[in-house]
Design a protein around this ligand. Structure first.
Ligand code: ADP
Length: 446
């Protein structure tokens, strides 16, 4: 793809992908156009990052004339592909592509791509940690960490990429050497409309793979099996449940491969069955690229997990606190509840993604003493959490107050929101940090 003196547009500036694209394009002498729906004031942090680079900036609304200035617009993952001006662009033969699609033109390093509804970041980080014990130059990024554009033209041994369905909307050419679909459960249906579209966006990650490539897929998941039956890639089907007929499976805390190779997963620092799934997936990918067994086993022992993912944030006055602020689906909160033992006081809330809370209700009935809900989704959640003792609040502060009043000694408070953060926070990190601050204040109170 020619960049020099070409007019290239970016839709949606954001804090990471947009500014990194601007820098990349500027270094290659492209003429850069940037459009964002937000106001200058709201974008001030992003604009600071590119203040020395000349760009044609259009804010608020993208006029048809400006749209036509560029033959190609690179669309940020936060902007849905069905926005009217993007539909209009395609109708007028103006290319709208994702950052991944743009980067695919330039990637020369073997790509390992991970997608799934839950566990992407943990698996991506774990695989990277494993590979770092073997090779020194591993790029980790994508939906998590640095955008892919930051890896281009740099001498990495491998690129480990977390891929979301948002990123796949305008992506066609991506071709991983190894790809993993961890699981497919309802998520982001507010944006993708229905499960069929959502699943096909996950499958799309594999669409250019050939027999020499390896697709690591969850044999316990019906949609993953469906994807496995259709891909051209060689499939490595894994089961993390006790299903010994799966080609890759777990026996006595040991992963067994079809050629009887084994990797021990004893004494992991990660809690919960869902993390066994993530571990089996990460190890399978490492084995698929011939990472040595001793490296894998050693690195597994030193991986501590990521913040805001079922993170034990301490014990104060006999109460143990878990911060699972990353959870934005009922499914991930179910995993968190399953991973913990003892009596749990549960805090959740945020903006609903229209997933059902009925399975969550079942596990809450078994494991939680009470649920404290807050935010936009609270009433909707309450109406589905039948048989669970529930109190509703407007904010996390108040839900937290209620929770600490009702919790007893040796019990656990779990904050696992099960909904997106966007009704009250910029992102999940912010709500997790807020929860940790509330714990700090609580710990100092007499
Ligand atoms: P993602 O990047 O896909 O959002 P993360 O690794 O950040 O996933 O984990 C987010 C939350 O999802 C975790 O806190 C945990 O509760 C839950 N989770 C993690 N892995 C899995 C999994 N394999 N299956 C179901 N839930 C999971």
């Amino acid at each position: 793809m020619e960049l020099k003196n070409q007019k290239i547009g970016i839709v949606g500036l954001g804090l990471r992908t947009g500014p990194s694209l601007v820098k990349y394009l500027h270094a290659r002498q492209a003429e850069i156009y940037v459009f964002d729906e937000k106001s200058e004031d709201k974008l001030k942090d992003s604009l600071k990052l590119i203040k020395d680079i000349p760009v044609h900036l259009e804010l608020g609304r993208l006029s048809p004339e400006s749209l036509a200035e560029c033959k190609t617009w690179i669309v940020s993952p936060g902007v849905p592909c069905y926005k009217p001006y993007l539909v209009d662009a395609r109708r007028r033969d103006i290319q709208t592509i994702s950052e991944l699609e743009f980067c695919t033109n330039f990637v020369q390093v073997p790509l390992i791509a991970i997608t799934g509804s839950n566990g992407k970041s943990t698996t991506t980080a774990l695989l990277t940690h494993i590979l770092q014990g073997w090779k020194k130059r591993i790029f980790i990024g994508g939906n998590f960490g640095s955008p892919l554009v930051e890896a281009l033209e740099k001498p990495f041994d491998f690129i480990v990429l977390e891929v979301s369905t948002f990123q796949m909307e305008l992506t066609e050419s991506i071709h991983p050497k190894v790809a993993c679909v961890l699981n497919v459960t309802p998520n982001h249906l507010d944006r993708h409309g229905n499960m069929a579209t959502y699943t096909s966006l996950k499958e799309k990650l594999l669409q250019n793979m050939v027999k020499e490539d390896i697709a690591v897929l969850n044999d316990d998941d019906e949609d993953c099996r469906f994807i496995g039956a259709r891909t051209q890639a060689t499939t490595w089907m894994f089961s993390w449940k006790n299903r010994k007929h799966a080609p890759i499976h777990v026996e006595d805390q040991t992963i067994v491969f079809p050629d009887r190779r084994t990797i021990s997963i004893k004494n992991l620092n990660l809690l919960g069955n869902h993390n066994i799934q993530n571990t089996v997936a990460a190890v399978s990918m490492a084995v698929a690229i011939d990472c040595p067994k001793d490296v894998i086993e050693k690195q597994l022992q030193s991986f501590k997990g990521l913040p805001h993912r079922l993170e034990n944030v301490g014990e104060y006055r006999g109460i143990t606190f878990f911060n699972d602020a990353k959870s934005s689906t009922p499914e991930s909160s179910i995993q968190a509840l399953n991973a913990l033992t003892g009596s749990i006081v549960y805090i959740a809330g945020g903006r609903s993604k229209n997933a059902s809370y009925r399975d969550l209700a079942d596990i809450l009935k078994k494991k939680a003493k009470k649920a404290f809900l807050y935010g936009e989704c609270a009433e909707q959640m309450k109406s589905q959490l039948l048989g669970v003792e529930v109190e509703v609040f407007s904010t996390l502060d108040n839900a937290f107050k209620g929770a600490v009043q009702s919790v007893g000694k040796s019990e656990t408070i779990l904050y696992s929101p099960a909904n997106s953060s966007f009704d009250q926070y910029e992102n999940f990190e912010k709500r997790g940090e807020h929860f940790v601050r509330l714990i700090e204040e609580f710990s100092k109170k007499k």
